[in-house]
Design a protein around this ligand. Structure first.
Ligand SMILES: CC(C)(COP(=O)(O)OP(=O)(O)OC[C@H]1O[C@@H](n2cnc3c(N)ncnc32)[C@H](O)[C@@H]1OP(=O)(O)O)[C@@H](O)C(=O)NCCC(=O)NCCS
Length: 358
C-alpha cells in the first residue's frame, strides 16, 4: 500500500503537538506538554522536519519528529538528525505506517546528514539498521555525608553556556537555545517526572566552576536524581552530586560521562559507583562517505588515521579504508557498529539523554 507522507507546514504545529501529547503525555491537556518540553522541536522554524501521515480531515494518524543538530566530537563537527515522538494512533498500528515514515526520513536526510539518532530502542528501529551505541560511564552516589560548600540552585545562562561550549564532546548550540532548553525544565511532566528539573551551580557569579542540571524522579518509592547535563571542573561537579543528594534527601544521584573523561577516575577514587551503560536510544550511519569526510580532523588527531575513505562497493556492501586497513561491511548497521561501538573505533557521542535530547 502506498502511503501519503507530508512534511509539516508552520500552521500544522498545533495539531502535531496535540497528537504527541495524546500519546506521550496523556495526563495533560492536549497541546500543553510536548511543545513546552521540546521547545526547539515543535516550532514553526522546525516544522519541515516534522513528518506525518494525514488521515480524515488531514488530521495526523502517524508522525515522526526530527531535529537537525550539529555534534562536536573533539576537533570535528558533524551534522546529525535526531528522531523522536514516533507515534501512530492505536487504531492504525501494525500496518507499517511508522516504518514508512522512518524510511522517508532516512531517504530525505541521507544525502546531507551522515548520522541519525533515535530516541528509544524499539525493534521497529533496529529493523532499519539502527543499533545500540556507547558506552558511557554512569557514576552513582548513594551515601549521604554532611557537606557544606558553595553549591546552590540558580541559572547564569551565559556562564553555563560557556562551560558547556568548552566540553570536547557536545551538541553545538547557541546561547538562546541553551536558555530555551533550560526554561523547558519547568514543563509539566518533563521527561515524565512529576517533579521539576533544577540547575545547580558551583562557584561564584563571574567565576562559575561547574553546573549540573538534574531531574528528580521517583522509582519504587525512592527518590532519585538524574543529572542530564553537566560541565566544568570535574571535582566541582562531584561536589554538586554530594550537595544535591542532601538537598533533596534523595536515595541516589547519577550522571553519565565519556569513559575517557577524567571525572570517571576521580569519582572511582572517591568511592562513587561507576558502571558502563549504553547511550540512550539507537544510532544509524546514513552516509559513510560524509561521515568519514566530516570526521577527518578527529581521525587524524585522535586515531592517527591520515587517509580515510568510505564508499559503496555494490548494493549490499560498503568499504571503509583507514590508512592501510580495509574493512568490508554488508550493511549500514555493521558500518554503524564499526564507527560508534566497542566493536570498532568507539567514536564518542554526547549523552543523548541530555538537555538536547531531541
Ligand atoms: C511504536 C509505534 C509508533 C509503532 O507504530 P506502527 O505504525 O504500528 O509501526 P509499524 O506498523 O511500522 O511497525 C509495528 C509492527 O508492525 C509490523 N508491521 C509493519 N508493517 C506491517 C504490515 N503491513 N502488516 C502487519 N504488520 C506490520 C512491524 O513488523 C512491527 O513489528 P515489530 O514491532 O515487532 O518490529 C506505535 O505502536 C505507537 O505509537 N506506540 C506508542 C508510542 C511509542 O511508544 N512510540 C515510540 C517511542 S520510542
Amino acid at each position: 500500500m502506498k502511503i501519503e507522507i507530508w512534511r509539516a507546514d508552520p500552521w500544522d504545529i498545533d495539531k502535531l503537538s496535540e497528537v504527541a501529547d495524546r500519546i506521550f503525555r496523556p495526563m495533560l491537556n492536549p497541546g500543553t506538554g510536548m511543545r513546552r518540553e521540546f521547545p526547539l522541536l515543535f516550532t514553526q522554524e522546525n516544522s519541515s522536519n516534522l513528518f506525518y501521515i494525514p488521515g480524515e480531515r488531514k488530521q495526523p494518524i502517524s508522525m515522526v519528529a526530527t531535529k537537525p543538530w550539529k555534534v562536536r566530537i573533539f576537533e570535528s563537527t558533524i551534522p546529525i538528525i535526531a528522531v523522536g515522538s514516533v507515534l501512530t494512533l492505536p487504531e492504525y498500528r501494525n500496518k507499517g505506517l511508522a516504518t514508512g515514515l522512518l524510511k522517508k526520513v532516512i531517504r530525505v536526510f541521507r544525502k546531507t546528514v551522515p548520522v541519525m539518532i533515535i530516541s528509544g530502542t524499539l525493534n521497529l528501529y533496529r529493523r532499519l539498521g539502527a543499533t545500540d551505541f556507547g558506552p558511557l560511564c554512569e557514576i552513582t552516589l548513594k551515601e549521604k555525608e554532611i557537606w557544606k560548600g558553595k553549591v546552590y540552585p540558580g541559572v547564569y545562562a551565559d556562564e553555563i553556556h560557556e562551560l558547556y561550549s568548552n566540553e570536547d564532546v557536545r551538541y553545538e548550540r547557541t546561547l538562546s537555545e541553551t536558555m530555551e532548553l533550560i526554561d523547558a525544565l519547568k514543563a509539566p511532566y518533563y521527561r515524565q517526572s512529576p517533579l521539576k528539573g533544577e540547575v545547580f551551580l558551583a562557584g561564584e557569579r563571574g567565576e562559575l566552576e561547574a553546573y549540573a542540571i538534574l531531574i528528580p524522579y521517583y522509582s519504587r518509592h525512592s527518590l532519585n536524581l538524574k543529572i542530564i547535563e553537566w560541565a566544568g571542573k570535574r571535582d566541582s561537579v562531584l561536589e554538586i552530586m554530594k550537595y544535591v543528594i542532601n538537598y533533596y534527601d534523595a536515595d541516589s544521584v547519577t550522571l553519565k560521562a565519556q569513559p575517557f573523561d577524567p571525572i570517571v577516575n576521580i569519582a572511582y577514587d572517591k568511592g562513587f559507583d561507576v558502571k558502563k551503560v549504553n547511550n540512550q536510544g539507537l544510532i544509524l550511519v546514513l552516509n559513510p562517505q560524509l561521515l568519514v569526510r566530516q570526521m577527518k580532523l578527529y581521525m587524524v588527531n585522535r586515531l592517527k588515521v591520515e587517509k580515510a575513505r568510505a564508499y559503496r562497493k555494490d548494493i549490499n556492501s560498503w568499504i571503509v579504508k583507514l590508512n592501510d586497513r580495509i574493512e568490508e561491511f554488508e550493511d549500514l548497521k555493521s558500518v554503524t557498529e564499526f564507527f560508534f561501538t566497542e566493536k570498532g573505533l568507539k567514536i564518542p557521542f554526547p549523552d543523548t539523554e541530555g538537555l538536547n535530547y531531541i
